[in-house]
Design a protein around this ligand. Structure first.
Ligand code: ADP
Ligand code: MG
Length: 242
């Protein structure tokens, strides 16, 4: 086992999420032993889904997930994701008349203090690519705080523990492109991913029904070539959004 030093714990995290360092490199460590049971995901599989999201991003060649490995750590096996110095800047809540120009409005609601607020996100190629990625991995928890943008302006997705369910659970803040044409430039990547799933590490990380569902989602996107709409059977937007 590498010599990891625990340097912090994310206090508002839902599971035990630790900041660790080894040789000056910082990681987000999520031990398997710290995963709380969820009603809709098999126990002790969240760290595997973190890795599966990274593997999928790599198979696509999109680099949307910081490098994520499964390793032994101070609290046993878990996922280790490279720390990125980045901030959530691409999605936010505004008074309804203050949404920045060019941003896409998602929903308007009432906040805890009774004020009208509007959820909006940037209209960028990168964010749309991450929206497509979330459809593929069936991300059930794409919050504003799970989209981090670094100093060079590149945006990454983090927190992929609740992904790859075999049931439709897409829950995200990135609904700005509903019903629009699917970006053509990604079709070849999707075809390639589809051809590589079996025989890849994804087979060890996900179960048979989850692999089949992934292929089904790819087939649907490739056939319809439309950015999907929310399922009527599931909350479309995570709450709180941060
Ligand atoms: N790779 C990363 N780089 C930088 N910060 C991160 C990274 N992963 C997580 N974080 C920070 O830690 C917080 C909690 O991590 P998250 O993956 O959301 O854990 P949880 O599954 O417990 O919600 C995030 O909101 C973010 O601030
Ligand atoms: Mg989180």
């Amino acid at each position: 086992m590498e010599n990891f030093k625990v340097v912090g714990q994310m206090v508002n995290a839902s599971n035990s999420t630790l900041v660790v360092e080894s040789d000056g490199t910082r990681f987000i460590y999520k031990p398997r032993s710290g995963e709380r049971p969820l009603w809709d995901f098999p126990d002790h599989t969240l760290h595997l889904r973190e890795r599966a999201a990274y593997v999928t991003s790599e198979l696509l060649g999109w680099d949307v997930v910081p490098e994520t490995k499964i390793q032994e750590g101070p609290y046993g096996v878990g996922s280790f994701q490279k720390w990125i110095d980045a901030e959530p800047t691409t999605v936010d809540i505004f008074p309804p008349d203050s949404v920045p120009e060019g941003w896409l409005t998602i929903i308007t609601g009432i906040d805890e203090e009774g004020n009208e607020v509007t959820l909006a996100h940037e209209d960028s190629t990168r964010l749309q690519q991450i929206a497509v990625f979330d459809v593929l991995i069936n991300n059930a928890d794409r919050k504003a705080g799970h989209l981090l943008t670094d100093a060079s302006g590149n945006t990454f997705g983090i927190d992929h523990g609740v992904t790859f369910s075999s049931e439709d659970k897409l829950r995200t803040v990135l609904w700005g492109w509903i019903g629009q044409n699917f970006p053509e430039q990604y079709l070849a990547d999707l075809e390639l991913l589809k051809s590589m799933i079996y025989g890849s590490e994804l087979e060890e990380l996900l179960d048979d029904s989850e692999l089949t569902a992934l292929v089904d989602r790819l087939d649907t996107l490739l056939a319809q070539k439309i950015m999907p709409s929310p399922s009527p059977h599931w909350p479309a937007v995570p709450w709180p959004v941060f």
